[in-house]
Structures are given as C-alpha cells and as structure tokens.
Design a protein around this ligand. Structure first.
Ligand SMILES: NC(=O)c1ccc[n+]([C@@H]2O[C@H](COP(=O)([O-])OP(=O)(O)OC[C@H]3O[C@@H](n4cnc5c(N)ncnc54)[C@H](O)[C@@H]3O)[C@@H](O)[C@H]2O)c1
Length: 278
C-alpha cells in the first residue's frame, strides 16, 4: 500500500496509517501514553537507533514522521509504526538538503498542524586517523552530522516558536565529549552538536522550547559494521555492564526527554554508555 503511495507521490513520501485515524485521539489505545497527541519528526528513522525511536514514540502515542535518506526504509519504518497501532508518515529527506526538509515540514504542518518534537538522529561515520583522513571524509561527516542537525532544526524552529512549545533532541556521542582514536571528523561533529544544543537551550528556553543531547556509548546498530569483531569484543569488556547497548535503550531516553515528564531538562548532555567512560 505504501509502495503505491510512494509511486503516486513520486518522491518516496507518504502516510502509512492508511486507517483514517486522526493524530489527536491516535485511535491506537494510547491516549494515556506519555507522548499522546504529540507530533514527532525523527531523522535517520530507517534503521538502528532512529528506527527503534520511531517504534517507541509510536507505542507511546506520538504521531511519528519517519524520515530517512533511504526512501524504502523510511516507508517501512512508518508502516511498522502503523502496524503496531500508531499513526505515521514516511518521508525521504536528506539532512544536507534544506529543500527536502522544507517539503517535509510543510506536509507535516499541513496534515497535523504542529510539530512537538524533532529528533536529530541521522548520522554517519567515515573513520580514519588524522594522518590518513581525506578532506572528503572530514567534510562528509561534518555536512551530515553537524550541518544536517542545524538544517533540520532551522526547518522546524519557526513552527515551534509560533506554538511557543517544542523539544529538540539530538544524537551526540561519548566521542563528542572524550574524542576517539580515528574519529577526528566524528568527534568534531558530535562536540559541535553539544555546542549547538547548549546555545539553543539558552536562546529558546524562554520561548517554551527545550533542547537536549544524548551521548550513547556503543550501540548494536549497522553503524558499527566496519569495526572488527575482535575490537567490539574488547570494547564490550571495557563496559561495566559487560555489553553494548540495544538501540531501544537509547530510544527510551529520547522518549522520556520528549515527554512532559522531562519538562525541566534543558541544555542537558546525557551520557548513556553503560558506564564505559568511568
Ligand atoms: N550506534 C552507536 O554506537 C552510536 C553511538 C553514539 C552515537 N550514535 C549516533 O546515533 C545516531 C544513529 O546511529 P545508528 O547507530 O542508529 O546509525 P545507523 O547507521 O544504523 O542509522 C543511521 C540512519 O541515518 C540515515 N542517514 C544517513 N545519512 C542521512 C542523510 N544525509 N539524511 C537523512 N538520513 C540519513 C541512514 O540511512 C540510516 O538509516 C547517529 O547520529 C550516530 O552518530 C550511534
């Protein structure tokens, strides 16, 4: 069904609810859930932490706008949220492309009338030691992980300001606090995200908008795909909890921060690493 919609719109975008449910009541039995009535845009929702976050937000009653550069995966995420009883739209976006973001935001506002939460989650790695890093590797990571977060937040901020409410959540990393071997570009991008979060917390707090950063340790997702098994094992051994995180364990933190239960958390940088950095 979503395939037809994708072909129909010609841009990989569309609504996966297909059941005529409105977002306010959600019609999904989640009216008492902690994100009931909230509209949340999640970038990088096609897989990994973003996908887990889309499902979690859907289960908590949010209307989910699942965005990814991979159109099929964005649509699949939206369908999976809908199949679990939630309301969702899937969108192909590129966080580097403000036009794709404006199109998505316009469609969301047209359909749902508001944006309560943005989860800036899309991100990439292009690892290399400083000696071997190319300009292309440096620029591509900064373009997506840092400028992409800026682009997405710029795209929603006027809507949130008009509402006098909103939550901007951002995937940073423990690498953005402590650095990491072979990750000059990634560390710079994730440290930069923390700087923007603290700035937005100051600029937007009085306007009813909260901004926070989440710093995962190592989470079992495809982004770790290039790390050799041996290195992953050694990493696991360094974590006091003795294992990597599941993506759901990061999704749970995003859901809490998006909820009204976190109403006084602003400008926070929350490490979720199983104690790896102790
Ligand atoms: N997995 C970890 O160990 C870990 C640790 C710390 C921080 N993080 C951060 O968490 C976030 C999610 O990571 P993950 O592990 O789920 O990664 P992932 O590679 O599994 O998923 C990233 C998603 O982002 C999408 N994406 C990439 N470029 C995009 C673009 N230009 N526009 C739109 N979407 C794009 C991809 O298609 C993919 O679906 C990232 O920002 C990452 O840096 C991950």
């Amino acid at each position: 069904m979503a395939e037809k919609r994708r072909n129909g719109s010609g841009n990989g975008n569309g609504d996966a609810s297909g059941n005529g449910r409105g977002h306010n009541g959600n019609g999904n039995g989640h009216s008492s859930a902690r994100l009931a009535g909230k509209v949340a845009i999640i970038t990088g929702a096609g897989r990994g932490i973003g996908y887990a976050t889309a499902l979690k937000f859907g289960r908590e009653g949010a209307t989910v706008v699942a965005c990814d550069i991979n159109a099929d995966q964005a649509q699949q995420a939206a369908r999976d949220v809908a199949e679990a009883g939630g309301e969702a739209m899937g969108f192909q976006i590129d966080v580097r492309d403000p036009n794709s973001l404006a199109t998505m935001v316009d469609a969301v506002v047209k359909r749902y009338g508001r944006i309560d939460c943005l989860v800036n989650n899309a991100g990439i790695v292009q690892d290399s030691t400083l000696k071997n890093m190319t300009e292309e590797q440096f620029d591509s990571v900064i373009e997506i992980n840092l400028k992409g977060v800026y682009n997405c937040t710029k795209a929603v901020v006027d809507v949130m300001l008009k509402q006098s409410s909103g939550v901007i959540l951002n995937a940073s990393s423990i690498v953005g606090i402590y650095g990491n071997f072979g990750q000059t570009n990634y560390a710079a991008s994730k440290f930069g995200v923390i700087g923007m979060v603290k700035t937005w917390a100051r600029e937007l707090g009085r306007k009813g908008i909260r901004a926070n950063a989440v710093c995962p340790g190592f989470v079992s997702t495809p982004i770790l795909g290039k790390i050799p098994e041996k290195v992953l094992k050694a990493l696991e051994e360094r974590v006091p909890l003795g294992r990597l995180a599941h993506p759901e364990e990061i999704a749970n933190i995003f859901a809490f921060l998006a909820s009204d239960e976190a109403s006084y958390i602003n400008g926070a940088v929350i490490e979720v690493s199983g104690g790896l950095t102790l």
